[in-house]
Design a protein around this ligand. Sequence first.
Ligand code: HEM
Length: 141
Amino acid sequence: VLSAEEKALVVDLCGKISGHCDALGGEALDRLFASFGQTRTYFPHFDLSPGSADVKRHGGKVLSAIGEAAKHIDSMDQALSKLSDLHAYNLRVDPGNFQLLSHCIQTVLAAHFPADFTPQCQAAWDKFLAAVSAVLTSKYR
Ligand code: HEM
């Protein structure tokens, strides 16, 4: 559970991310595909070369969804319900991959927002992304 202070740290940084979802999300996916090659297998229909239009577009969708989750941080189950269905029933992404993506997102935030991304802020994001991942993997069984 995130404290009020942790929620504020997440929502604040989301405000700074929101205009740059494609670039930042694309970078997170580039890092995911480079460091954790097995994650590429879910995207056989994408051009996965670094910085490709496919990767940026998809990264933008992922970070926008995270922004939406932050707007509904106290009711994420409902806010992410459709995405949860998609990942569990259609895509069947192995739940372990969510941790890998969360790690890459945090790396991007640290690189681009060094002043904001203090240890406390990272701890808040780690909790938040774990909560988002828990919702997206909650319907697997
Ligand atoms: C699709 C968000 C984790 C694989 C999507 C979409 C969003 C999204 C917003 C687009 C849905 C639509 O078009 O209606 C997220 C979030 C994640 C997450 C917020 C975790 C924080 C993952 C992980 C994988 C993955 C870990 C696999 C490594 C996919 C695939 C698609 C997809 C294969 C369909 C892509 C396409 O064909 O357009 N996700 N996702 N997702 N996601 Fe995720």
